[in-house]
Design a protein around this ligand. Structure first.
Ligand SMILES: [Zn+2]
Length: 102
């Protein structure tokens, strides 16, 4: 699959999601993720969020990756003595450390 067809699929999905009443888009989903993980969504926002996950595989994977990233960054932030898991990409560690500096 080339980049172009991925772009079209993304566009089509966001187009379809916008047409469904009460459905959040992938962009809105990204905005919700942080608050979802912090338990700060209202009941209505949470149900929209969970409905989106149930139909959108990309966002489901995004959420899993996000939660994994948060776990890793907690380990990096809180305790530099704990070894970082081997399967964590070097780039991710660098990004977390960079974020900590800012
Ligand atoms: Zn999505």
């Amino acid at each position: 699959m080339n980049q172009g067809s991925i772009g079209i699929r993304r566009w089509l999905k966001s187009f379809m999601l916008k047409r469904v009443h009460g459905m959040i888009t992938c962009k809105e989903f990204e905005d919700f993720v942080l608050r979802y993980c912090d338990n700060e969504l209202t009941d209505r926002q949470r149900s929209l969020f969970e409905r989106h996950i149930s139909i959108c595989r990309e966002c489901r994977e995004y959420l899993v990756a996000y939660q994994r990233t948060m776990e890793v960054s907690r380990a990096v932030f809180l305790s530099s003595d704990d070894p970082v898991p081997d399967d964590v990409p070097e780039d991710l560690i660098k990004a977390i450390l960079k974020a900590r500096e800012e």
